[in-house]
Design a protein around this ligand. Sequence first.
Ligand code: ADP
Length: 546
Amino acid sequence: MRSTMMDTPLLISRLLEHGATVHGSAEVVTATGAEPRRMTYAQVGRDAARLAHALRDLGVTGDQRVATFMWNNAEHLVAYFAVPGMGAVLHTLNIRLFPDQLTYIANHAEDHVVLVDHTLLPLLAKVLPQLTTVRHVVVNGPADLAALRHSAGDRVTVHAWEELLAGRPETYDWPELDERDAAALCYTSGTTGNPKGVAYSHRSLWLHALQVCMPEGFGLGATDRTLAVVPMFHAMSWGLPYASFMAGSSLIMPDRFLQAEPLAAMIAGERATIAGAVPTIWTDLLTYLDAHPTDTSSLREVIVGGSACPPALMHAFLERHDIRVIHAWGMTETSPLGSVARPPAGVDGEQEWRYRYTQGRVPAGVAARIVGASGEVLPADGASVGELEVRGPWVTGRYLGEETPGEEKFRDGWLRTGDVGALSADGFITLTDRAKDVIKSGGEWISSVELENALMAHPAVLEACVVGVPDERWGERPLATVVLQEGASATPAQLHEFLAGTLARWQLPERWAFIEAVPKTSVGKFDKKVVRQRYAEGDLRAEQLT
Ligand code: ADP
């Protein structure tokens, strides 16, 4: 029997219509370095229509790619709705990538238009001559367009955002699209080989937004004021923009003001209720809040994901600032929400904490399994360790341009995450490492993340990054690189002794290096490749304990 239900498609334009009317007085607040700018969701709706008309005039008629090269701000939000709404594909370019990678990505995606913030023009100008498919650049904010026109050459026409939108109709006849068509495009940063494209559909973004709003997700509601620190150019800002239009939560956008001080000011000034960012942002914020008492009482919780959240960070936020940290896991390939660590009913004390340290519990939309080295599915017993594989309606089934899913990342309809860990019977994922970061010492595996978490629990340690380095006897051994808290001191022997309190002796690093800062990737994660390379090139002065 076929169902009797209507088959209205799950489209981004519907989310826009809903947010701009039902939640029309919700607002997007953008940091400016002085007084923040404010725009209501009703205005976002009108501007999205104006932008769609303008893009149509620039020749965007089908599923052309319209790229953004922008911070988190109101205009980026407008583009998030206008571009997919009209049937084109929003391609969020990561502004922190190297020029070579940017060029590769924009050409691979065949971007037709680039929307760019004026503060990012110098970066874009460097690569623009190599972006062979780009025909139009639209600049948001004040800029010297004459200079840009000169360097852009004949192929590219340069427009000013305000001028381009001025006088356009404030409504748009959003087309009935196929919900399975691509709406947005993100590239993974590609630690090996070229970056790979993941094309989200209208449907996958919708279903994902629903999950973000669920209580077991981020629990967004109309009374929330959501501080989206996680960039809109990285995994769709964890779905916060679309989920906010769905739920009516207001958005607080930091633009380029991502340092701890302005973030703290935004939390206090705009009364943020929830915020999302990678651990390094929170580490910096913690240091800042410790030294500069700030009213953070509006925050009901902060979501930490993108890399493992050290338990010490969770405890410090709670004990010193009464802020609840929620750990979540995901990847570009999973839209990105994969799991959120909200403990089950009926647990408290130590048991509750143990649940909160995990990467979290999978929702109905994400099936998970653990697979062993020879491809066998391991029991979900919380103890068997292997590669995490996932599948579901907001998990990618292949990369853009692949005819069939590549074996390295896909197996029998499952995505191979490259993350290593265990799955409990009640659906909680505990990751021990990324497959490529696990330290293989004399046939045994050492988790670099476990060592890092243990080290970051030491009061003198601000950040610790552990990598495997070649060792004649054991094949590989851990090297601990440590950033000390300002004014603090500790010796390798002391830190080694500290670790011996919680970890087996054979796992403890012999090699130690104190560094100024841990090198970070384009999205603020520890860049272990760079650490390994620096060690190999003799750049790190490592001390060896005997
Ligand atoms: P990349 O880091 O390669 O640019 P993504 O941003 O998509 O790509 O990162 C996804 C990866 O980030 C995951 O596969 C996992 O290794 C890591 N990750 C994300 N969240 C967590 C977490 N809570 N704990 C540990 N690792 C995480």
